[in-house]
Design a protein around this ligand. Sequence first.
Ligand code: M6R
Length: 593
Amino acid sequence: MCGIVGYIGDKQAQSILLSALSMLEYRGYDSCGIAVVSNGIKSYKNVLRVAEMKEIAPQIIGTVGIGHTRWATCGEPTRVNAHPHFDCTGNIAVVHNGVITNYPVLKQKLINDGHEFVSDTDTEVIPHLIEKYYKGDLEKAVELALLDIQGSYAIAVIGAGENKLVVARKDSPLIIGVGDRETFVASDVPAILDYTNQVIYLDDGDIGVITGDGIKIKKDGLEIHREEHKILWSVEAAQKAGYEHFMLKEIHEQPKVIRDTLSEYTQMSEPIVDLENLREDDRSILILACGTSYNAGLVGKYIMEDLVGVPVRVEIASEFSCYGQTPEKTLAFVISQSGETADVLKAIRKLKGVQCHVVAVTNVVGSSISRIADQTIYTRAGPEISVAATKSFIAQLMVLYWLAMSYSKVDAKRLADILLELRQLPSKVQWMLDNGEDILQCARYLARFENVFFIGRGLNYPIALEGALKLKEISYIHAEGYAAGELKHGPFSLLGENTPVITITGQDSTYESILTNIKEVKARKSPLIALTGDGDEAIKEFVDMVITVPRVDPIFSPVVNTVALQLLAYYTARERDCPIDFPRNLAKSVTVE
Ligand code: M6R
């Protein structure tokens, strides 16, 4: 995790570094810091959010600098552990995102050589190694230091009196933003969108040296050329646009996300994935992901098995990458909003080892996952800043619907109905967004409890998982998602007046069964909130509160139900005064295993 930035140009670095860092706080926010070449190197770092830092940091004059916002992995969030880190002389400063796995050995050797360490971090070995190899050439010293290092890194380095930035990456993201007489470095695109939309994506093993004269990139000791890409995201897309939180803005963007993703893929003449051979060869599909993306994968299983008629296995990437077995040549979809999730990257490497064809579904162009997969399908959600995934989940579902429909074996009439419904989906989601009064009431009620269950069946079982994940993540209420039929196999012992149950009531063949489950829960005195289709009067007799969602073809019920549960989690967290966009202990891009 963590976000890093760098600047070299003709403007003062400090304010640019801080404004860029504020766009990377989704990557970590337990402390932050900057260092600027300024008559030596001057630095300021502390256990602060970037906004507080902007208020109180002393002004440092200088046009070359680096910055960091931290998600602590190695060493507690303290001022000393915050980045940048320095060598013994204070003439070399480094910001780092990643994990140096062999740091204990390196640290001990450096201590034996007389280096003094002040922090508990793995990162601090980097400036000391650079110091060890420094003979007047910062670039060379960084190159040599990196040869000693094992693990993952994106780093930016400055040296006292050096009018340059040295950067490098391995298994952690790093981009270079190319401006007019100024150059930026960042972990991710939103950090630099205010200044430029031209970027270079660095690849693993790249070392870049950025000076006033230009950008030089080397790999394996040889100078190479990396293309510039134009970013199509607008500056506004990465701003709050008047909404109280990014999460609320991102929830409200979902009708557009559905339209954008569908218009992109429905216009394609060629299918991009060969599912046809798969069916003939009697093989299966494997879907791998983490968190919310895993829940999208579970929905994908139901719709692909239903429409395409091939068996689909869905696995948690962190489990699969360590313990999973897979037949050779399986077709695997890996789903990751950020495209940087370490567990997913590890799973892809394992799949490639047994000649599986890997298709990445990601929202971030040029992300690590897109670089190592055989093919990439991009979701068109635009930048998602809030740590809680919302619009990216809906965009992932859209890609999965589109894939399933492209290879569907259902009859033409059914397919035409599905297509028609799909076109109406944005306006139905809009209706949800415009008529959320019942959700707000339920949220006010829910906010007083500490334990909640979400239950669903079939296609809406993954939505129960997603509803629970969203609620616990941002409101800190303990929430669990369950297949409705499983509740009686253990969790019933927890039911009672203080444990509400939220039922996702599908308007399909699951309706009668879930009604039975609702009655069982009622008999145990748990307060009941039902999400149900418009016009379902019958259910009111059995539940305490109702959230009405528009009627849709049952196959699309995960979409409208998810939007309702996102709003429920959002309003509940707001009621409990939680820091919605940046929940404690979390980060958006989980680049550690
Ligand atoms: O970037 P990814 O989709 O790979 O991230 C996976 C999870 O970390 C992520 O979905 C997480 O569960 C969400 N922030 C939850 O809202």
